[in-house]
Write a protein that binds this ligand. Structure first.
Ligand code: HEM
Length: 490
């Protein structure tokens, strides 16, 4: 009889400890933070810094790694260290699967942000959409898809170089539109088995609109947090709806209509568009709108890559010649100047790949905010349902606790024994259930475009080179660059 009673005492003791621990956590309440002003909250504190992420890093010095901040009418929490970031994204990912309810996001996606894969709340629909996309947008190294990515990238990069060749290179070149068209064609060819001429006006227009949207999504607006300012933004909101309508028109007319005509239900899908259209026939939970929005969303990913290419070029050119020379040495040693670079060279070109990672580190583009979908906790703090959670990866990417000389652009920090190596605290594509689906495509296409540009040209600045910290987007009309053909590349 003695044994069970000891066990009962132990269990009661453990229960009491657990209750005490829970109680302790509860009395911590919400994380500390600045006292908000009426109506606008603490928006003014962000305006004092070059970017919101820098403002968050400064506030973390005062209030700690997890702090509260009220922005307009939204209760927000900012998480600044790896332990708590992992808790939000991975351990408690299910509790933080929502996204903020910004009006702009609704306007861009037919009146409902849940049409967008990146801006929707987590749902079973989102799970299905992610799983359809996985084969095509996360191709594995040895897969047929990876091979196909290589073929598409190589063919389109040759077109891009031909297009650069015919420009007047004696003065600064507006390279961005050409890079964006190449990226757009890589995406339409890979996902829809079709591509467009660089002089096609409709194609030009839609590529520009996608780029405007990418820039737009990367900007913060007061109206996101202060919705009663909406009447002052009517024109802007209409512009967003019109952009969305133009994209829809192009995708239906120039891509989906033809595809639908040739669709053969008994065949393996030819591409991502086929996979989506076939899925529609077999899954009653998905409708036409879901399919078309998913295709638009993924095609829009090309703008992210075009912008990243421009940011890498800016970082390389801004820094001394060493980086460019090392990339060119790598390109020349792998290709022996006899052929263009392709995706299968990536393994042998770790410095070039490391330069892309280093750019993603210094750019520190923000992770899309998450939202608590239930009352929950971060560390010892309680977090109320609907709290917007900002993940401050600027601290992870630029903090002296995580990197030596974090302000310096040093691709070699990602190299170890001649191979690319990334520390666990480096998560430019986030982690957990909402991690970026397009990251493999980013790595593949960005590598092929950049290495082929550096193979053929010496790239230099032409005037000012402004790149915002905390952003992988550059304005649609951005800096120009000087391209000079390398002597051994006639
Ligand atoms: C510069 C390139 C890119 C960067 C730095 C980037 C980074 C990110 C980040 C940080 C997230 C948020 C993850 C989270 O909330 O935890 C995300 C989400 C996402 N990304 Fe990317 N991304 C890039 C390009 C792309 C491309 C090219 C595609 C499509 C092919 C893509 C598709 C997505 C999708 C669909 C989501 C939403 C996932 C979800 O919420 O479930 N991304 N990305």
């Amino acid at each position: 009889m003695l044994v069970p009673s000891v066990a009962v005492v132990v269990v009661l003791f453990l229960l009491a400890l657990h209750r005490l621990a829970t109680f302790r956590r509860k009395i911590q309440g919400a994380p500390p933070g600045p006292k908000p002003w009426p109506l606008f909250g603490s928006v003014h504190l962000l305006a004092r810094h070059e970017t919101p992420l820098r403002a968050f890093a400064a506030l973390a010095e005062i209030y700690g790694a997890v702090f509260s901040i009220r922005l307009g009418s939204s209760n927000c929490v900012v998480v600044n260290d790896l332990r708590h970031i992992k808790e939000v994204l991975v351990a408690k990912g299910a509790n933080f699967g929502g996204r903020p309810d910004f009006l702009r996001f609704h306007k861009l996606f037919g009146g409902d942000r849940n049409n967008s894969l990146a801006l929707c709340d987590w749902s079973s629909l989102q799970k299905t959409r992610r799983s359809i996309a996985r084969t095509y947008c996360s191709p594995r190294f040895t897969s047929q898809q990876y091979d196909h990515v290589n073929k598409v990238a190589s063919k389109e990069v040759a077109e891009m170089l031909k297009n650069i060749e015919i420009q007047d290179l004696s003065k600064g070149l507006a390279l961005k539109p050409i890079v964006l068209m190449a990226c757009a064609n890589m995406f339409t060819e890979y996902m829809c088995s079709t591509s467009f001429g660089y002089k096609d006006d409709e194609f030009n227009k839609v590529v520009r609109i996608f780029d405007e949207i990418f820039w737009e999504i990367n900007q913060g607006y007061l109206v996101d947090f202060v919705p009663w300012l909406l009447p002052f933004y009517t024109g802007h909101m209409n512009k967003l709806s019109n952009w969305a309508a133009e994209i829809r028109k192009f995708i239906l007319k120039r891509i989906v209509d033809d595809h639908n005509k040739d669709l053969d239900e008994n065949m393996e899908p030819r591409d991502f568009t086929d996979a989506l259209l076939l899925h529609l026939k077999s899954d009653p939970t998905m409708n036409w709108q879901h399919i078309i929005f998913e295709l638009e969303d993924f095609l829009g990913g090309h703008s992210a890559i075009g912008n990243l290419v421009m940011v890498v070029l800016a970082e390389v050119v801004k820094n001394n010649d060493d980086v460019q020379i090392r990339i060119q040495e790598e390109v020349d040693s792998v290709t022996k100047n006899e052929r263009p670079v392709n995706l299968f060279d990536k393994e042998l070109m770790p410095y070039t790949e490391a330069t892309i990672w280093e750019t993603l580190r210094v750019a520190s583009s923000p992770i899309v905010p998450h939202v608590a979908t239930v009352d929950t906790e971060i560390g010892d703090f309680s977090i109320a349902k609907d709290t917007v959670v900002f993940i401050n990866n600027y601290t992870l990417n630029m903090g002296a606790d995580y990197w030596s000389q974090p302000e310096k652009f040093k691709p070699e920090r990602f190299l170890s024994n001649g191979k690319v190596s990334k520390p666990a605290h480096f998560i430019p594509f986030s982690t957990g259930r909402r991690t970026c689906i397009g990251q493999k495509l980013v790595q593949c296409f960005t590598f092929v475009i950049l290495s082929n540009i550096f193979q053929r040209y010496d790239v230099r600045r032409s005037g000012s080179l402004s790149v915002l910290p905390g952003c992988v987007a550059v304005p649609p009309d951005c800096f120009k660059l000087t391209l000079k053909k390398r002597r051994n590349k006639d």
